[in-house]
Design a protein around this ligand. Structure first.
Ligand SMILES: NC(=O)c1ccc[n+]([C@@H]2O[C@H](COP(=O)([O-])OP(=O)(O)OC[C@H]3O[C@@H](n4cnc5c(N)ncnc54)[C@H](O)[C@@H]3O)[C@@H](O)[C@H]2O)c1
Length: 243
């Protein structure tokens, strides 16, 4: 396992399923964590050890992003930023839900951009900055009812490439992970019953991903070993998109 001792990892959406698995993974590998979420993550920070800090932040609020990231950077530095927080509202494309569309874009796409821009001075100062964006298989292939969510996650893949291009000169790499359905409590509600049985059959490995598997992929992309990988989207989908 890569060693993250002496490095600060900022994880958004840390209070939820995949974000919590990432926090556990990076804490076990020696990192100091800044756990960011609209929900309180203080208990998680305390459980993982005395060096970690929790910050409550609504990613829809650009001013709060700038202020919170500046405060985190000044207090603990930022070596690795994981833009994990996301919203999974789905609806048919012929029934426009404008509020849901706008909210999805603000949290899933504008949020990671503003978080990354605010973290840039600290990532530069790190000398080995890393950004890992959590996209989705729904940003790569068409899935029913995923017009807003899929578009936000496809946008995140291109944002990843542009940031990778612009910031490589600062020793920063920017990559994405595109998971299939991940077995978090929320996702399992959406993919319960026959829908879930069918969805698993359509994935070549025959199962959904585990949160720890997405955390392991993020740890790899954030590690020194992945220094040559830049602007890439790592499919963590059991082969769902290979056909
Ligand atoms: N679970 C899946 O099946 C799956 C599959 C592919 C991609 N993803 C992506 O992985 C990421 C994590 O998903 P998850 O399943 O762990 O979701 P989750 O809902 O369990 O957790 C998401 C976290 O983001 C936080 N959040 C939501 N809105 C926020 C806001 N405005 N400001 C700050 N924090 C906010 C929530 O409080 C929550 O703790 C998301 O980007 C999601 O789109 C999930």
């Amino acid at each position: 396992m890569a060693d993250f001792s002496g490095l600060t990892v900022l994880i958004t959406g840390a209070a939820g399923g995949i974000g919590t698995a990432m926090a556990e993974r990076f804490a076990a590998a020696g990192a100091r964590l800044a756990l960011v979420d609209i929900a309180a993550a203080d208990d998680l920070a305390a459980r993982l050890g005395p060096d970690h800090r929790a910050y409550q932040l609504d990613l829809e609020d650009p001013g709060a992003i700038a202020e919170t990231v500046a405060r985190i950077g000044a207090g603990m530095g930022i070596d690795i930023l994981i833009n994990n927080a996301g919203l999974g509202i789905v609806f048919p494309a012929d029934q426009p839900d404008i509020d849901a569309w706008d909210r999805t874009m603000r949290i899933n796409l504008r949020g990671p951009w503003l978080m990354s821009a605010a973290a840039l001075p600290f990532l530069k100062a790190s000398g080995r900055g890393r950004v890992v964006n959590i996209s989705s298989q729904a940003g790569v292939v068409a899935i029913d009812d995923h017009a807003a969510y899929g578009s936000s996650k496809a946008g995140l893949i291109l944002l990843t490439k542009v940031l990778a291009l612009e910031w490589a000169r600062f020793g920063i790499t920017v990559n994405a992970i595109a998971p299939t359905v991940v077995e978090t409590p929320m996702a399992l509600v959406g993919w319960a019953g026959e829908k879930g049985v069918q969805a698993r059959k359509e994935i070549p490995v025959g199962r959904f991903a585990l949160p720890a598997e997405i955390a392991a992929a993020a740890a790899y992309l954030a590690s020194a070993d992945a220094g040559i990988i830049n602007g890439e989207t790592l499919m963590a989908d059991g082969g769902f998109t290979i056909r």
